[in-house]
Design a protein around this ligand. Structure first.
Ligand SMILES: [Ca+2]
Ligand SMILES: [Ca+2]
Ligand SMILES: [Ca+2]
Ligand SMILES: [Ca+2]
Length: 482
């Protein structure tokens, strides 16, 4: 894997303030996600916008040591006299809506990474051949141009009149039964089950039969659950919320097809299926990963026997203010953004609003010995809040990866690079080397289909590089405008 020195984020841009006013009128704190998204997509105007691609950008932000460059579709880095241009070749694997997330893994073990989204895995290296590993029976009806009804495969998304949700919000690859063949974990709509599909191995893959499904866990709450090696012991767990608790579900290695056990790390709280904001990272630098949520962080204790409650440290990683605005964002991370040796926190303030921020961990603790943070905006509400004139909303998926492999430098500027303006993301952005050239590629799946972005690097002349130099559009005070 790469150093995690870049934040990838995604969201909607170009949606009118009027639409937002409508959304905000109907949303309530307990069902923010479903209502907000429904409201924003049931308008003809919103659909039209999504068709023209104006509301489905995704991009990444580069952390760098000196002023660099911004351009559309490409980014550049300059090290001494070496001018390099990075681009992403967009490969649309399908225009049908099957899933809000995708994954990378070598399903047939031929040495080439394949892409998995919804009920299909797409075979590397050309991804033209796709294999259905569980039922792809879902369809919706629409009226064609000739007025006749048409049956369209998949869930109703960009090809339909209204946007629905899929039943597959996240996908992860892992060999759950330890037979050497990578299996596929899918997480459904928030609050629904996590299911893993057993890779049938060489013969079974040839047969084309559906894979055996194992329900791992019945109720995965929170909108950014993740499959992660939380304890650094090579035995990943599903970080999520469930039944009103923050915690994780772990497979039983002696009985891999059995149900997973949920380990609560919090007391029962106001956590439910649509709770936003979840992540992990070692906040206090004791070598143990802590759990991040919208209202603070949970400190992992030294001993986990009998599932103790982890110590909670209150810290609003959210917009603050009214009840409507405290609901949190999407994936959350720790990373030493400013290179001072203290882990900082990167988060989206509100998944259906604005604000990509980093929280600088301060050297001085407060009177109670608690870690203190200072909030810095990377991207805020208005284009003028960012010196490159970029504003995003709906950052419902954020990933952290070293895209250009330069490692992190010790002082930070944030440069947004647009990867694509007509694909967007769902709830998961996945970075990994799909074609084995050492460069991190990107996969996403959403209402517009499933997309692979193959990363290319080209050496260019200084003149070529200069042509796409960034235009600084605004002067922004430290910390960004509010
Ligand atoms: Ca393969
Ligand atoms: Ca397996
Ligand atoms: Ca820790
Ligand atoms: Ca730091």
């Amino acid at each position: 894997m790469w150093d995690r020195s870049h934040v990838m984020w995604a969201g909607a841009v170009g949606r009118s303030q009027r639409m937002w006013a409508q959304n905000r009128d109907v949303i309530g704190p307990s069902d923010l996600c479903s209502r907000a998204a429904t409201a924003s997509y049931t308008s003809g105007a919103a659909i039209e916008k999504s068709r023209t691609g104006n509301d489905a950008y995704f991009a990444f932000i580069r952390l760098i040591g000196s002023a660099a460059s911004l351009s559309l579709m490409v980014f550049q880095s300059s090290v001494a006299a070496d001018y390099t241009v990075h681009t992403f070749e967009k490969i649309q694997l399908t225009d049908k809506f099957w899933a809000e997330g995708a994954a990378i893994g070598d399903i047939n073990r031929d040495g080439h990474s394949d892409v998995i989204a919804g009920p299909y895995w797409y075979e590397s290296p050309d991804f033209k051949k796709r294999h259905e590993f569980h039922s792809a029976a879902q369809t919706f009806e629409r009226r064609g141009k000739d007025g006749k009804h048409q049956i369209i495969p998949g869930f109703e998304g960009a090809l339909g009149r209204k946007n629905a949700y899929s039943n597959n919000f996240f996908t992860f690859v892992y060999d759950f039964n330890h037979d050497g063949w990578p299996d596929i974990l899918t997480i459904g709509f928030p609050g629904k089950a996590a299911t893993w599909y057993e890779n049938p191995g060489q013969k079974g893959l040839k047969s084309g039969k559906h894979w055996k499904a194992h329900i791992a866990f019945d109720s995965v709450d929170n909108e950014s659950p993740t499959w992660v090696d939380l304890f650094g012991d090579g035995r990943p767990v599903l970080l999520c919320m469930s039944g009103g608790f923050v915690g994780y579900a772990s497979p039983n290695s002696d009985n891999p097809t059995g149900k997973w056990k949920f380990h609560a790390i919090s007391p029962r709280g106001d956590y439910q299926q649509f709770t936003h904001g979840l992540g992990y990272g070692d906040v206090n630098g004791d070598g143990r990963a802590d759990i991040l949520e919208a209202n603070g962080w949970w400190e992992q204790p030294a001993v986990l026997t009998d599932d103790p409650v982890w110590r909670f440290h209150r810290q609003p990683f959210n917009m603050g203010g009214s009840q409507k605005e405290t609901y949190g964002g999407s994936q959350m991370y720790t990373y030493d953004v400013n290179g001072d040796g203290l882990p900082d926190v990167i988060a989206v303030l509100a998944a259906h609003n604005y604000g990509l921020v980093w929280y600088e961990q301060l050297k001085d603790r407060d009177a109670n010995g608690e870690i203190q943070f200072r909030q810095h905006f990377i991207i805020n509400r208005k284009p003028s809040d960012n010196k490159y004139g970029v504003a995003f909303s709906e950052m419902h998926a954020v990933a952290l990866a070293d895209i250009d492999g330069d490692g992190l430098q010790d002082i930070v500027d944030f440069i947004p690079y647009l990867i694509d303006d007509n694909s967007g993301v769902g709830t998961q952005v996945v970075v990994g080397d799909v074609n084995g050239d050492g460069l991190p590629d990107i996969v996403v799946s959403n209402k517009k289909g499933t997309f692979l972005f193959l990363h290319k690097v080209e050496k260019v002349s200084k003149e070529q590089w200069d042509r796409t130099q960034p235009k600084t559009k605004f002067t922004v005070a430290e910390g960004g405008a509010h």
